[in-house]
Design a protein around this ligand. Sequence first.
Ligand code: GLC
Ligand code: GLC
Length: 673
Amino acid sequence: MIRSNLSSLRNGSLNAEQRERVYQAELSLKRLAPRLQAHFEMRVAEGYDVSDEVQHEFEVRLEEHWVDLFSLLFDLYGTRYDFFYHLEQIMVTAIDAWVKRPPGLRSLDHRRANDPDWFASEKIVGGALYVDLFSDNLGKLSDSIGYFKELGLTYLHLMPLFAVRPGDNDGGYAISNYRSIDPRLGTIEDLRNLSEKLREAGILLVLDFVFNHTSDDHDWAKLAQSGDMEYQKFYYIFPDREKPDQYEQTLREIFPTVRRGNFTWHDGMQQWVWTTFNNFQWDLNYTNPAVFRAMAEEMFFIASTGVDILRLDAVAFIWKQMGTSCENLPEAHKLIQAFNRLTRIATPSLLFKSEAIVHPDDVVKYISPRECQISYNPTLMALLWESLATRNVRLLTRSLSHRHKLPPHTAWVNYLRCHDDIGWTFDDADAAALGINAYDHRQFLNRFYTGQFEGSFARGVPFQENLATGDMRIAGTLASLAGLELAIEEGSEEGKELAIRRMLLLEAITLSIGGIPLLYLGEEWGMLNDYDFVKDPAKAGDTRWIHRPKMKWEFLQELDDTIGPEGGSIRRRIFRSLQKLIAVRKNMHAFAGQQMELVNTGNPHLLSFIRIVDSHRLIVMANFDDSPQSFDGNRLRTVGLGRFFKDALTDKQYGTSEPIELGAYQFLWLQRI
Ligand code: GLC
Ligand code: GLC
């Protein structure tokens, strides 16, 4: 029986308002309990395997999270005429998710619910890929598990693979059905098979939860287009420009080259639709609790395929309010927290990863065990590139000094490249404190990474250049941005050497700084920009395709080729070096978790930090300059770190009585001996 006695929560530390809220939550559950019980019984009668024990587990977790969940939903929807109806529907959705949960996932739920740091392991190393570009389809992807193992990956993010609209679909982010797979990639059955095989291989599966918008050909959007009022209320639809114009005054443009502003005229409906991204991506209206419930169902369906981590796409944009930027609003957090509470109750092994590519102060607000347990680290990403361009780590160091630390049971996902562009999202005040003018600096970085700055090694291209504001973001692969493309073009051996070192330097930092490292596949071969994307009309308008190249399986043959052509030897070196870095990371317990202390190097080109976990320690040192730099070894001794060290990568020994020399772009992973 679902109990409604939550009086354990009535402790003395609550204020009067909170006590009232607990009372309301408790009474609501008491009223709901018989209906939820009846729902369980109906599922049993239908033949679902719901033992008393299985039901009991749900109830225990429901009791634990109910007050929170009720509070969040009440804050969001309490003033709605039909709140109580939706509350019941939301709970029914959660019960169904648990009732239908495959037994294998239920046992994972137990394990992880009791181990809130399960993802803090040094053994977790991620990779992201587009299924079609990597292996054509899901079936063939299953056959590539050996490849992931060889590289050392234990976390695999598959870019969106659900059914999409015909033509441009924003790389899978315009979803027309969350319950079927794009037929070119396979079927839901294929996904289930793959997820089982990945689990057997010890690889976590990460999929997107694209919940800010649907495609314009999703059933809900089609119903809206046919005039169905109930579904028009799933989106933000306006009869004229009055409201859109008012909203526009405080909105920024995310894809300014697609269309000016954030609204798209729909001829059929003769109305304006809110479309933050492309014209065909319709923003969902979460002020409507029916939308929350409907998306919770889709979320649980995706979870049931065996996903370990959901990447919450475009979190910043999910709540709008007139007169604001409509980004990072408090209600956006409440919404995600409400989804999080539902997963704690019905699918507790599932984690959320936040995709908030916004100001660092806002990025961190999504990160909490109660919201998104893990998050992309766009600030680190941008500042690593910034340090490479300036050969100076002071902005990076300043930012790390107060931005790396996270709450317990959460983690950064550290990456260099992903399927998206690079935006210079560092904090202007962090820059100003160092006398750097943020606007000018961003202009410099844009010029540098598009190869317009004299002496630049980078071959990036602009993404979403806004001619009105001069703003742009950068597209390009890791290798092309790090100088490999230019060096090959110029036939410069020295240039190639430096480019490879730059790439490995950045990889070494993301693998060691604390959190989950995430590669974008192709990086392991140093793949260059793919200029052919312009030949595909569905891709030509979006320069991000330049850094989403197709996997070339013939590269694998180069691995054993000791004399092969020059290009081959570069790829082999990058692959083998990265493979080694990953293997060494996975053997160093000091790389688990998040904890990281900066070491003052006294040299603006050198970044150094210590990782300490229990009795395990490791000092990382990295030279961002293209000439040798030295570090006074006494600094390590005087802070008690030791006198003799060994580089975990080369076994070379260092004593602190002499300066520690680092060559161009060299890095060390120093263990005390
Ligand atoms: C996210 C995705 C990006 C996509 C956008 C709209 O930011 O990473 O690729 O264009 O959302 O879905
Ligand atoms: C969204 C877009 C991404 C962009 C970011 C910041 O997340 O998907 O491409 O960089 O917004 O504008």
